[in-house]
Design a protein. Structure first.
Length: 141
């Protein structure tokens, strides 16, 4: 289902404000890991916000999300103070790990493997063509 105009406006506003709040509170760097807000998706009733976090340089991203959830009250209080004139109710915030970057790397890796295999098959095919060709020119006409 596609997001409506108001949903996009509210999610953009929340993302912008949360970035500022995370920097102010110190949640953008936790235990040496860089935390950034990749995107915010909000339900049509504007009562629940799903915040997708990109976490770099960490072995345990779930631990980082748990630390952020522990500071949820402080974040929500700060967000309410910043957007009280634009929203009637502050949405319930749920944090999720944004793994799109990991998926991109996996896809690139798979594509590179396919390309390497194609090159190997292509090289083997060219060698066998030149051997089987009567003129010895690799099967060119």
């Amino acid at each position: 289902m596609q997001e409506g105009k108001r949903q996009k406006q509210v999610s953009g506003l929340i993302q912008q404000e949360l970035n500022t709040i995370f920097q102010r509170i110190g949640l953008n760097i936790i235990k040496g890991s860089l935390v950034s807000i990749a995107s915010v998706k909000i339900t049509p009733d504007l009562l629940e916000a799903r915040i997708y976090l990109s976490i770099f340089n960490t072995q345990n991203p779930k631990e980082i999300i748990k630390i952020i959830e522990e500071k949820q009250w402080e974040v929500k209080k700060e967000l309410a103070a910043r957007v009280k004139t634009q929203l009637r109710r502050i949405p319930e915030m749920k944090y999720f790990l944004d793994d799109t970057l990991d998926q991109v790397f996996k896809m690139e890796e798979l594509l590179n493997k396919i390309k390497e295999e194609d090159n190997k098959i292509g090289d083997a095919g060219n060698n066998s063509n030149s051997l089987n060709s009567p003129s010895g020119e690799g099967g060119k006409l």
